[in-house]
Structures are given as C-alpha cells and as structure tokens.
Design a protein around this ligand. Structure first.
Ligand code: ZN
Length: 144
C-alpha cells in the first residue's frame, strides 16, 4: 500500500463531477486500500477519490473505528438538521460550522461489489454527506 498525494483547494479535480464505478477490479481495490492508508496518514475520518486526483465515484470513511467504502453512493433519505464544525483534508487549517441532516440513509456498493444500505446519525451522517459532496464537486466551504 502507499500514501498518495492529497489535492488541495485550487486543484480542478476537486470541483469536477465523478464518474460512476462500473466494475470492481483488483486495481480499484488497491486504490481503495491506498485511500485508507492516505486517510490514516493524514489523520482524517473520510477521503474521497477526487482528493487524490481520481474521478471514480467512491470514498472511504472511518468513524469511531467503523470502516466503510462507499462506491456510487446515493443518499436515499435525509432528515433533521445539525450544525457542527467541519474541516477537510483538502482545505488545511480552515474550519467552519456546517448544517447537515442528522440522519441519513445511504445506498452504495462495497469493496467487493456488494450493494448495501447504511443508516447513520450524528458524526457518521455528517461524514457521509461531506464525502458524498466531494463526489459531486462540492466542498464544505460552499455552505459557509
Ligand atoms: Zn473533505
């Protein structure tokens, strides 16, 4: 595994729409493993493919020791509102309060290509919304 370079604000790829993943390949799984390694090295709780300069529609997340790979994720339910401070590995040293849904249900595909549904609240719900935003070129500073 290897630690990849994280793209920071100003890199065009952060503002581009991603492309849905059509097939789970060994190369894609290696990329997922590298994304986890990169995220842990940077002490983050989530990392989306555009942050390492890639266009695949996928992110990795580790909140409270729960690890998730979300490939082609979709938010199918969002309810409630919570405001809390957010940061981003691609926007160093900037933090701000962002309003997000308290509860989300996300439909995605996992590292093995199996579809699953994730029912999340609080920090995990916030992280999911932040990482899914990345896959559509949106950054948390857009809400400030
Ligand atoms: Zn981010």
């Amino acid at each position: 595994m290897s630690v990849l370079d994280i793209h920071v604000l100003g890199s065009p790829v952060l503002r581009q729409e991603t492309t849905p993943v059509a097939e789970i390949t060994p190369e894609l799984q290696r990329l997922i493993d590298d994304m986890f390694e990169t995220m842990y090295a940077a002490k983050g709780i989530g990392l989306a493919a555009p942050q390492i300069g890639r266009r695949e529609r996928m992110s990795v997340i580790d909140v409270d020791d729960q690890r998730f790979v979300i490939i082609n994720p979709e938010i199918v339910l969002a309810e409630g509102k919570q405001k809390a401070e957010e940061g981003c590995l691609s926007i160093p040293e900037i933090y701000g309060d962002v309003e997000r849904a308290t509860h989300v249900v996300v439909r995605a595909t996992d590292r093995e290509g199996k579809p699953f549904e994730l029912d999340a609240t609080e920090l995990l719900a916030r992280c999911l919304q932040h990482e899914i935003d990345h896959l559509h070129g949106r950054l948390f500073i857009d809400y400030l």
